[in-house]
Design a protein around this ligand. Structure first.
Ligand code: 1GP
Length: 237
């Protein structure tokens, strides 16, 4: 159980981390061997597994298959207790701080306690902040919450800082999978400069130079989902 510790060490030495998101809604077990090979050839340091409508049984078999071919740490970020898989190494235990839906702030967490208590997952408390990416994404639809305006840097910062004060171990600025626009560099820079916990940035990042810019702006972990899903040679371009 040292995933978080390793993220902190990477932050201290300014080593940037890259997570590839696998959405179980869109990925078949038969495709995993090939996908895993591509991940092994990529600069990825972590695998995130998350989707909006998946069931735990599919996630279990997907993770078991990934582990046969790839040894990167696997973190799930479920939207519902039924999506928690004990096959993963850890869980981003997300509280949707940008929204005001009690289910995503605390209710699902309470309903996860029995599953988590009986699991070996490393539990990493994460403040999840949805930023408007220009289109309605699944997170917005499923959580029934409004994102923070992409120009409202102050609110994004205060939400992140409140998360830090509440004891979150990570902050995740999320434009949503398939977002038209990623979180702005200005917002990433301001939030990262003013919090002391590691910052994850994801949603709508579609080329390698953007990844670099987002790292330079201050993200500690960048998440790539759709771009890799659409082109498994994305990291060779
Ligand atoms: C979703 O931030 C991730 O949680 C990835 O988004 O699919 O747009 O890369 P994309």
């Amino acid at each position: 159980k040292n995933i978080y510790q390793n993220i902190l060490v990477a932050k201290q030495v300014n080593e940037k981390l890259l997570a590839i998101l696998i959405d179980p809604d869109k990925t078949k077990v038969e495709e995993i061997e090939n996908i895993s090979q591509k991940i092994n050839q990529s600069p990825a340091t972590h695998i995130f597994i998350g989707g909006s409508i998946v069931e735990q049984i599919c996630i279990d078999s997907l993770i078991i298959e990934i582990k046969k071919h790839c040894h990167l740490p696997i973190l799930i970020f479920p939207g519902h207790p039924s999506q928690i898989s004990n096959e993963a190494d850890g869980i981003l235990f997300l509280s949707l701080l940008s929204g005001r839906n009690p289910d995503y702030l605390i209710e699902h967490h309470i309903n996860s306690v029995d599953i988590l208590t009986n699991s070996t997952l490393e539990i990493i408390s994460t403040g999840y902040i949805l930023i408007d990416g220009g289109n309605e994404t699944a997170v917005q639809r499923v959580s029934q919450t409004l994102p923070i305006e992409n120009t409202n840097i102050e609110l994004a910062y205060k939400t992140a800082k409140a998360g830090e004060y509440l004891g979150k171990k990570l902050i995740y600025l999320e434009a949503g999978s398939g977002a038209n626009h990623h979180v702005s560099l200005e917002m990433v820079a301001f939030v990262s400069k003013n919090i002391s916990i590691p910052l994850i940035v994801g949603g709508g990042i579609r080329n390698l130079s953007k990844i670099e810019e987002i790292f330079k702006a201050g993200a500690d972990i960048v998440v790539i989902g759709t771009a890799f899903e659409n082109d498994s040679n994305f990291f060779n371009n």
